[in-house]
Write a protein that binds this ligand. Structure first.
Ligand SMILES: NC(=O)C1=CN([C@@H]2O[C@H](COP(=O)(O)OP(=O)(O)OC[C@H]3O[C@@H](n4cnc5c(N)ncnc54)[C@H](OP(=O)(O)O)[C@@H]3O)[C@@H](O)[C@H]2O)C=CC1
Ligand SMILES: CCCCCCCCCCCCCCCC(=O)[C@@H](N)CO
Length: 324
């Protein structure tokens, strides 16, 4: 082999390494670890489904957990179920996230928060044309404005903590917050909204050692999903089935691992991983390895995304052809 061939091969091997080093130097915010043991975790919507699973796992890991929701009976039941499975007592607090004064009072009553998980959410799948304005408003109010209320209420004490250790604010989005899906005009809007909130907020709070995570679950087996499934447009189910369904415990496990590693995007399954790479956009990225994957697979992921759209629009066409 000629010397020039060898040096060409060496260059080919070297380029990715140089690129990795470059990415390692520039990714921002810098990597961080956020332990939850012995720290105060507030989980909204913690009385049911994904929130309850998050609370269970945090309690089992030795965090001091508070769960917040509206219905006090459901909160008591959740507390009893967590005690049964972990032997640990969590604190409960009742408030409607839509009421800022109530949220402020609740947050002040539970003491300084190290990890705030804004997980409360409602979802009713329906074509916009058939959906009542009340349902649309509820989704925006509870999922998006309610999250603003929580962050506004918790931020002052999170910022003024004396120990300066890394703390976290996590938002429960959805894969429907990464791609618009038939039947989810209002829901997707509320969850896409969380992304804008999260991206901007991360820049505002990084100097306070506060780290933001956005979690993107697929359909997850919860009381909320069972309720949603009672009346769901057929096409919503068909398109959402592009991503596999998960158990609440599995989603909670992925969520905690993402929050603790300070990841900005937290996908929960393989399809979610692809979605996160495909929709990386200008989101912050702490991991140079993930940044590397995003850069080298960007074109391919766009092709995959176009294939999914091709298949979804195919389903929509078929559906209309059958229902003429
Ligand atoms: N299940 C799924 O398929 C998926 C869910 N998600 C998201 O995960 C989150 C949790 O969903 P899931 O576990 O299924 O939901 P559930 O319906 O099982 O639980 C919702 C929780 O939120 C609380 N909540 C609802 N409205 C309010 C409010 N106004 N103020 C305070 N708390 C409230 C409920 O308690 P109460 O009613 O007593 O207030 C309950 O604890 C949601 O944000 C959802 O959008 C994302 C992707 C998939
Ligand atoms: C480039 C590659 C892309 C790969 C995969 C795309 C899969 C998208 C599926 C989206 C499913 C949305 C489910 C919403 C669940 C939810 O939030 C509700 N249960 C609540 O209403």
């Amino acid at each position: 082999m000629a010397v020039s061939d060898l040096s060409f091969l060496a260059l080919c091997a070297l380029l990715p390494i140089i690129f990795l080093i470059f990415l390692k130097l520039i990714v921002r915010p810098r990597p961080v670890k956020i332990p939850i043991k012995s720290r105060h975790v507030l989980i909204t919507g913690g009385s049911s489904g994904i929130g309850l699973a998050l609370a269970n796992q945090a309690a089992a890991e030795g965090a001091r957990v508070t769960i917040l929701a509206r219905n006090l009976e459901k909160l008591e039941e959740a507390k009893a179920s967590i005690r049964l499975s972990t032997g640990i007592d969590v604190a409960i607090v009742s408030a409607d996230v839509c009421d800022f004064e109530a949220v402020k009072e609740a947050v002040d009553s539970v003491g300084p928060i190290d990890v705030l998980v804004c997980n409360q959410g409602v979802f009713v799948a329906q074509e916009l044309e058939n959906q009542e304005m009340k349902e649309i408003r509820d989704m925006i109010e509870i999922n998006l404005i309610g999250t603003f209320n929580l962050v506004k209420a918790a931020l002052p004490s999170m910022k003024s903590r004396t120990d300066r250790k890394p703390v976290s604010i996590a938002f429960m989005s959805s894969q429907a917050g990464q791609v618009g899906i038939y039947g989810y005009t209002a829901y997707s809007a509320s969850k896409f909204g969380l992304r804008g909130l999260a991206e901007a907020l991360q820049q505002e709070v990084i100097a306070d050692n506060i780290h933001v995570s956005l979690i993107f679950p697929p359909d997850t087996d919860t009381p909320g999903l069972a309720e949603e499934n009672k009346r769901k447009p057929r096409l919503t189910s068909i398109i959402a089935a592009s991503s596999g369904a998960m158990k609440a415990d599995e989603v909670a496990k992925k969520a905690w691992s993402g929050i603790k590693s300070g990841s900005f995007f937290v996908p929960c399954n393989l399809e979610g991983f692809m979605l996160s790479v495909a929709t990386a956009g200008l989101s912050p990225q702490r991991s140079y390895l993930m940044a590397f994957v995003e850069v080298i697979s960007a074109g391919l992921m766009r092709v995959a995304g176009l294939c999914f759209q091709w298949s979804w629009y195919g389903s929509i066409e078929n559906f209309h052809a059958q229902h003429k």
